[in-house]
Design a protein around this ligand. Structure first.
Ligand code: PGA
Length: 257
């Protein structure tokens, strides 16, 4: 049984005041939502502040890291530093970083490896653009993104990782993959991993991300290969984020019956 995970990617949003309010609100609401792993991913500069406001029911994660340690990398933050301030998870390969910050396959793999070496769990994001989907390239693109990391880090590394399928055309656009579209890609991702290592494929959590909201979360989370969500816009309001966490809890409880 895979435990559902809901992660809030706050991206470059918020202020000192607003992240504290958000952390307090999520922590309070999460206390009545066992059965779901809840993670928040604030901007780097607010990590310690947010951590101080999180209860035991919410875990801390980061949106990025630099794959190096204790050296002259002006402006960068290492995995060890993230771990030091309480992070458990870190995003790797988010499509915004792939597209805007030139995180190519080798950088994504290096970040994935550095995260694990420091004891963090990487959330590896994969996803196709609209043009790639329209050209029937979805599976090819996803396989390449996944296999690039598996080749560098080794398939066993997936024992301590989470995957997030985020169709680029659905991120921040209000367009969501239908549950059937998402399920098809999630099943494909799982099958790639199963082909390499059956147990790992069965155990790994695959989150969906891309305009997941309170009104579509339950249907997406009901799909057999969708094990949670990576939430952008809807994670910036306490109520909408907790509503998605509650939908995950309802799915988890009904699965257990
Ligand atoms: P969105 O973002 O929920 O605003 O579409 C998801 C993400 O980019 O992680």
């Amino acid at each position: 049984m895979r435990k559902l995970l809901i992660a809030g990617n706050w991206k470059m949003n918020g202020s000192l005041t607003s992240v504290i309010q958000l952390a307090d609100g999520v922590s309070k609401g999460a206390a009545v939502l066992p059965d779901v792993d809840i993670v928040v991913l604030p901007p780097l500069v607010y990590l310690s502040t947010v951590q101080a406001h999180l209860s035991n029911y919410v875990m801390l994660g980061a949106q990025n890291l630099y794959p190096g340690d204790q050296a002259a990398f002006t402006g960068e933050v290492s995995a060890r530093m993230l771990k030091d301030v309480g992070c458990r998870y870190v995003l790797v390969g988010h499509s915004e970083r792939r597209a805007l910050m030139h995180d190519d396959f080798s950088k994504v793999s290096a970040k994935f490896i550095a995260a694990q070496a420091a004891g963090l769990t990487p959330i590896l994001c994969v996803g196709e653009t609209r043009a790639e989907r329209e050209q029937g390239q979805t599976e090819r693109v996803i396989a390449a993104q996944l296999e690039a990391v598996m080749a560098e880090a080794g398939v066993e590394s997936l024992a301590n990782a989470v995957i997030a399928y985020e169709p680029v055309w659905a991120i921040g656009t209000g367009l969501t993959a239908t549950p059937a579209q998402a399920q098809a890609v999630h099943a494909y991702i799982r099958q790639i991993i199963v082909k390499n290592q059956v147990d790992l494929g069965a155990a790994i959590r695959i989150l969906y991300g891309g305009s997941m909201k309170p009104d579509n979360a339950a249907a997406l989370l009901a799909e057999p290969d969708i094990d949670g969500g990576l939430i952008g816009g809807a994670s910036l309001e306490v109520d909408s984020f907790l509503a998605i966490c509650a939908a995950a809890r309802a799915t988890a409880t009904s699965d257990n019956c």
